[in-house]
Design a protein around this ligand. Structure first.
Ligand SMILES: Cc1ncc(C[n+]2csc(CCOP(=O)(O)OP(=O)(O)O)c2C)c(N)n1
Ligand SMILES: [Mg+2]
Length: 1019
């Protein structure tokens, strides 16, 4: 029996061209094998087979135009599979819907089975606690008591869940009855985990305290010593002082290192708490005294970087975090990418976690909480945030008039996170238990952060009077405590028991991300000059008295003389402390932080896989974006490369003609697809899949960039090399997420950034905020970013393959920024010249010579879309003005400038050696003719090479705000169209006294150029 394969529904398109026939007659094909590639003027997409068997006849060839229902091929069916049309009638329900129904049926069955069992929870109701709620605004205390008593009884007999259920019912009922009061997402200002529910730490608290004290001391000492030597160096003491316990509990009990058996937890340390991490590494024997002494002195080898910078300490730091707000987003997308790798079957699910340490001031950065919704939506139970609420930022209180902990609780809970507040230390437990009247809780709720901060800057007597003294009941509550006892009442973030309990609960959490909000004291233990005062953040020096106080406060075994000399302290190798510390880390698999990579290279595909882009397209027009999509489609057929590609798109796939990827490789969705998409019958249907490969990030450039960094550093964080390709509107790239791009460089991320629809005049009709004429300049600021602005498909192919080879085969720590355009034009074949590929990669090559007249010559150089204006201009110059020219295609002004600077520096530093010629000079110095450069970017883009060009040099560019219009009008406006190029070329030659000014004036007249018009950047 012969079965036909017809053109499926391809959306709104008719008469679409077949650009490739992938199969041959006589071959056996399976379901989903691509058979032909179709290309409209907007996108190219493969047609997968829906039939199986031996191909008996192919009815189409390259160049044919087809529409829905046209015959593509016929197979001799083997009876295993039926064409879609036949199948659909026998199986009316789409698979996704069928799965959904099956799942729903299963759940209902399970629920029916479960129903009779009422889950009971044993709960010990704290005896009569807060039963006498403070009666402010209570119009009927007796009634209130009755309700509370009923609830207590439910709690006791049926547990918390039942009580919560009843409360929910009551609230819903009151809404239905007309109440519109929104109930708070906040709980009272006490710890989330009650003392009876705390998991106890198995650690030896005495030894752990001694270790922590030494880490505190050494961290402070290294900052003070560095600033004594060079006061300009700076550093921070107060931040780590507030966070030491939060880190120590993690290091001693929770964070598992990467080793040959386990992938490791990933910890994002708060950037300016770095001294604490060095101090611990010193005790662990990983860093020497000499290294500590070189804190913040990184120019000579052996220094320690001020903050976590993987670029500067590549075997130590994993994540750059110090630019506030970057860490939280990177951590969220890191956790998401970990799930992506697991769901795609590329790494094992080992229960690894991502922890991120953040400052309370840092939470004001829009980025810090900008992606918390995603974390909840994606059920990132592998993610734990720890927000160190020391109530202060750099200048003063974070929320002097409010409560940062409560504010964060509401926001995170509202977003769907589990919130664990760690506010009070164990010394408060008995007081809270004795607070029968609820007055202590009332003060806790009423006191604002400015007051909480001020208390800790004073003393016990002050706290007694100002805090407990507010109500007679609380004054009485502490009447038996001395001022010293009151001063000892500790905050949760400094209590290892409370911190342990919170970490333990967070580590076991399922289905949701967790945030631990811990209350601490900035500059904890620093005494009068540094503890809880507004200037703590800036404290880099400590006087002898303060140091003595610090030593005594933490019982550091140093003599007065040693303190005066600010000596480090490391107990000997056999001491209890060092043995304990090392033993803990051995049990947890190794040291943290540590950056390693065991990822295998990805073999770059054979060159010929890109050959189709090196041929002329004839009259057929195509954009470079489309060329890239075709290139990626081909790469997806390469067995080595295909699974490692991570296409990342922020809601622009259709703009870039990439919707074909939806069906082909699927959109990653951790829940799969719970609905039948509206376009399910179409070839490019919106297919979400748990194993999907495309990261469709929505309108979220920062998130896309964070995903790209996670994928680009997967080689170290997950030991698997991935190839992220993030395509974006070029204007919404570096300009929008520049700091992330900088962090990508620091992180040594490898991958491709594609600035699509690029150029100030090439993206027509979009206007000032869309049209990019400077992203290449921004790209040039990142040392390990290699950028290209190609014009032709073959240039793109050569650049892309070399990127794959350098980054993913040779493992160079660089990343690529390539601009592509949406202007359709024909592409020539790659010039046969042997040096062409080399030139493309170095940044320029001679594209063409116009030599008809053999008299006067100009060198015209340019990149991207404007190269075509230059080529047209050169033809006019030759044919109408008798001027010859050499045309150079500049694929990268940035790379040329880098080479130029390096060469010039070498020549200046080696005066006795023969001068080297920069690559630009090697190219343009072959002739004496003047040079005119042009691009679709600001003049400073091409101006970068001026110092290295010995010939006279002139440049044109698109300086100024973009605006919407046609390409033709825009290029005229910015004076980079072929007419301006001709006119300026003539003027250059006249200026160089090679021709008279007459042809220039003629051209100005002929092309109607307004010479009195203002410079475009002023318009
Ligand atoms: C984007 C950015 N802006 C400003 C700074 C400078 N800075 C460093 S630490 C800091 C205060 C941080 O306060 P917080 O987050 O509360 O941390 P803490 O030191 O109190 O733990 C500031 C403003 C920065 N590092 N990054
Ligand atoms: Mg703070």
């Amino acid at each position: 029996m012969s079965i036909q394969l017809k053109v499926p529904d391809i959306g709104d398109f008719e008469q679409v061209e077949i650009i490739e026939v992938i199969v041959k007659a006589g071959e056996n094909i399976k379901k989903n094998d691509p058979v032909v590639t179709l290309e409209s003027d907007k996108s190219s997409v493969e047609v997968p087979s829906t039939v199986e068997g031996k191909i008996s006849n192919i009815s189409v060839k390259v160049g044919d135009k087809v529409s829905k229902g046209d015959l593509i091929l016929e197979v001799e069916g083997n009876g295993k599979s039926l064409p879609d049309e036949v199948k659909k009638t026998s199986d009316q329900i789409p698979k996704s819907t069928k799965n959904l129904i099956e799942e729903a049926e299963k759940t209902i069955e399970q629920e029916i089975k479960k129903a009779p069992e009422v889950e009971k929870e044993t709960i010990r109701v704290a005896e009569d606690k807060i039963s006498k709620v403070v009666s402010d605004g209570d119009i009927d205390p007796v009634e209130t008591k009755e309700w509370i008593d009923s609830l207590s009884s439910v709690l006791e007999t049926d547990g918390g869940k039942r009580a919560q259920f009843l409360i929910k019912q009551l609230i819903e009922h009151s809404y239905r009855q007309g109440s519109d009061l929104v109930l708070s997402r906040n709980t009272p200002y006490v710890n989330t985990i009650s003392p009876d529910k705390e998991t106890k730490s198995p650690g030896d608290q005495n030894i752990e305290r001694r270790i922590r004290s030494l880490i505190r001391w050494n961290a402070a000492a290294m900052v003070v010593r560095a600033n004594k030597k060079f006061p300009e160096l700076g550093g921070h003491i107060g931040t780590f002082a507030s966070a030491a316990t939060l880190y120590d509990v993690g290091m001693n009990h929770f964070w598992r290192a990467k080793n040959n058996k386990f992938g490791g937890d990933l910890i994002y340390f708060q950037g300016h708490s770095a001294p604490g991490m060095y101090a611990r590494a010193f005790l662990e024997g990983r860093l020497s005294e000499k290294q500590l002494d070189n804190f913040r002195q990184e120019v000579n080898p052996g220094g320690l970087s001020s903050y976590p910078h993987p670029w500067l300490m590549p075997n130590f730091w994993q994540f750059p975090t110090v630019s506030m707000g970057i860490g939280p987003m990177l951590a969220i997308y890191q956790a998401r990418f970990m799930k992506y790798l697991i769901n795609r079957g590329l790494i094992k699910d080992e229960g690894r976690k991502v922890w991120a340490f953040l400052g309370d001031g840092e939470m004001d950065e829009p980025e810090s909480m900008g992606a918390i919704g995603l974390a909840a939506r994606e059920n990132l139970d592998n993610l734990i945030f720890v927000v160190n609420c020391n109530l202060q930022r750099l200048d003063g209180p974070v929320r002097g008039n409010g409560k940062i902990i409560q504010e964060l609780e509401g926001i995170f809970r509202g977003a769907g996170w589990d919130v664990i507040k760690v506010i009070w230390g164990s010394y408060w437990d008995p007081l809270l238990a004795k607070d029968k009247t609820g007055h202590l809780l009332k003060i806790m709720n009423e006191t604002v952060d400015g007051e909480y901060q001020a208390f800790k800057a004073r003393n016990g007597l002050y706290v007694r009077e100002k805090f407990f003294g507010k109500y007679a009941e609380t004054k009485e509550l502490v009447s038996s405590l001395s001022d010293k006892d009151i001063w000892r009442l500790n905050r949760g973030g400094h209590d290892p028991h409370k911190v342990y309990a919170a970490y333990d609960q967070a580590s076991k959490n399922k289905g949701k991300p967790t945030v631990i909000i811990a209350k601490t004291i900035k500059g904890y233990g620093m005494g009068k000059t540094g503890e809880s005062v507004n200037t703590t953040h800036q404290q880099k020096k400590m006087g002898v008295d303060d140091l003595m106080y610090y030593r005594d406060r933490f019982d550091v075994p140093l003599t007065d003389k040693q303190v005066q000399d600010i000596q480090y302290f490391r107990p000997n190798e056999n001491s209890e402390e060092i043995k304990y510390l090392k033993d803990r880390r051995i049990k947890l698999g190794g040291f943290i932080p540590e950056r390693t990579t065991y990822a295998k290279q990805i073999k770059a595909p054979q060159k010929d896989i890109f050959d189709f882009l090196k041929e002329s397209t004839g009259k057929k027009e195509m954009s470079t974006t489309m060329a890239l999509v075709r290139l990626l489609t081909n790469l997806l057929r390469d067995k080595n490369v295909a699974p490692r590609l991570v296409p990342i798109i922020p809601d622009e796939a259709r703009t870039f003609g990439m919707e074909g990827f939806f069906q082909k490789i699927g959109i990653y969705a951790h829940e799969g697809q719970k609905y039948e998409p509206e376009d399910s019958e179409q070839l490019s249907s919106y297919r979400e899949d748990k194993k999907g490969q495309v990261l469709e990030e929505g309108i979220n450039e920062a998130g896309s960039m964070a995903s790209w960094i996670a994928a680009g550093t997967s080689y170290t964080n997950h030991d698997i090399e991935m190839i992220p390709i993030y395509l974006f509107y070029s204007m919404f790239g570096f300009q929008r997420v520049g700091d992330f791009a900088w962090a990508a460089g620091d992180s040594q991320a490898r991958g491709f950034l594609i600035g699509a629809t690029s150029g100030r005049t090439t993206l027509a009709g979009e206007g000032l905020q869309h049209q990019d004429g400077h992203s290449h300049l921004l790209a040039s600021t990142i040392p390990n970013c290699i950028s290209y602005d190609p014009t032709f498909a073959y240039e793109l192919a050569v650049i892309f393959r070399e990127g794959l080879r350098r980054m993913h085969e040779k493992k160079e720590n660089i990343f690529y920024y390539i601009t592509t355009m949406n202007e359709n034009y024909p592409h020539p074949a790659m010039p046969k010249d042997k040096g062409c590929e080399d030139g493309i990669l170095k940044g320029m090559y001679k594209f063409k010579e116009f030599n008809k007249n053999k008299k006067i010559k100009i060198q015209l150089i340019g990149s991207g879309a404007i190269l075509r204006e230059i080529i047209s201009g050169a033809e006019i110059l030759q044919n109408e003005h008798g001027i010859d020219s050499d045309i150079w295609s500049v694929t990268s002004f940035n790379e040329l400038a880098r080479d130029g600077m390096e060469t010039e520096r070498y020549n200046l530093l080696n005066p006795d050696e023969k001068n080297k010629a920069s690559y630009v000079e090697q190219c343009l110095g072959q002739s004496n003719s003047p040079v005119l450069a042009a691009s679709d970017y600001m003049r400073s883009h091409s101006e970068q090479i001026r110092p290295f060009v010995k010939n006279s040099f002139y440049s044109l560019g698109t300086d100024g705000f973009g605006r919407s219009d046609t390409r033709k009008n825009l290029r005229k406006f910015f004076e980079v169209d072929k007419e301006h190029i001709v006119t300026y070329a003539l003027s250059v030659l006249s200026n160089e006294q090679l021709i008279s000014s007459k042809p220039v004036k003629d051209a100005i007249k002929k092309y109607n150029i307004d010479t009195k018009r203002s410079f475009p950047s002023k318009l």
